[in-house]
Design a protein around this ligand. Structure first.
Ligand code: ZN
Length: 257
């Protein structure tokens, strides 16, 4: 499902890659810009999209750099038309660490929004002048996007950040897999409500986004289930080995006369 990607470059050992469908978004966005205001419109809309996804990458880097501090390996960040996904190798199952890794993403968006809010003039002072928005208008848009991105990711829709925070808080009282099950179930309910709201609002991209979150949530729950089974398997293997060693010891030839 997430194959077909192009590797861009590496930052701090993390490979940044874009999914092929991202090129489609780039083309549609560029075409929209061109239709609105010719070549300047095309370049401007591409720059705004690049700035938006630059913030998505920074959000993911918030998670990744915090995870790396805890010794987690982060092989890749994949950009999709509906957002970014960081891949982690061996996320800690310790709730406190998961909370810190998780909040670091939205925190980046709130810091960017806060800085833009401090630097930009009040929205009332911004006037729209033509087909191409001014730099200030675009930066205001970027500020609002960052605020929306930070808040949206905090929705308790596992595997989004809010869902991970829910899992971490449940995991303080429940076994890890059980906590994942309830966070994923809550996420699925949120996704169904989200699809209904998006259909009502006439937002097809939001429908796709919630369907995607639903599927990835289920995939991640199944992966957690598999990991739990594998861990149980290994515990059994280790237990057997210890037992075998005991048996061997029992069978050891009696000490010589
Ligand atoms: Zn995030």
């Amino acid at each position: 499902m997430l194959g077909w990607s192009i590797n861009l470059f590496r930052v701090g050992g993390i490979q940044l890659a874009v999914h092929f469908s991202f090129l489609l978004l780039l083309a549609v966005n560029a075409f929209d810009g061109y239709a609105d205001a010719g070549w300047p419109g095309l370049w401007w809309s591409t720059a705004v999209l690049a700035a938006f996804f630059g913030c998505v990458v920074l959000h993911e880097f918030g998670h990744c750099l915090t995870a790396i501090r805890f010794g987690v390996r982060v092989p890749r960040i994949l950009l999709l038309p509906i957002g970014g996904m960081a891949e982690f190798d061996g996320l800690p199952r310790e709730p406190r660490r998961e909370v810190l890794i998780t909040v670091a993403g939205p925190a980046v968006n709130f810091v960017i929004a806060g800085l833009l809010w401090l630097l930009l003039p009040a929205p009332a002072a911004v006037e729209s002048t033509g087909a191409i928005p001014t730099l200030t208008e675009s930066l205001h848009l970027l500020m609002n996007w960052n605020l929306a991105m930070g808040l949206f990711n905090l929705l308790p829709a596992f595997p989004m950040d809010g869902g991970r925070l829910l899992r971490a808080s449940l995991a303080t009282r429940l076994p890890y897999l059980r906590a994942t099950f309830w966070a994923a179930t809550c996420g699925k309910v949120m996704c169904v409500l989200g699809v209904a709201a998006a259909l009502w609002l006439g937002e097809p991209l939001l429908v796709v986004l919630f369907v995607f979150i639903f599927i990835v949530g289920e995939m991640e729950y199944r992966a957690a289930q598999r990991r739990e089974r594998d861990d149980a398997h290994w515990r059994e293997v280790i237990a057997r080995r210890f037992a075998a060693a005991g048996t061997d010891a029992d069978r050891a030839p009696p000490a010589g006369p």
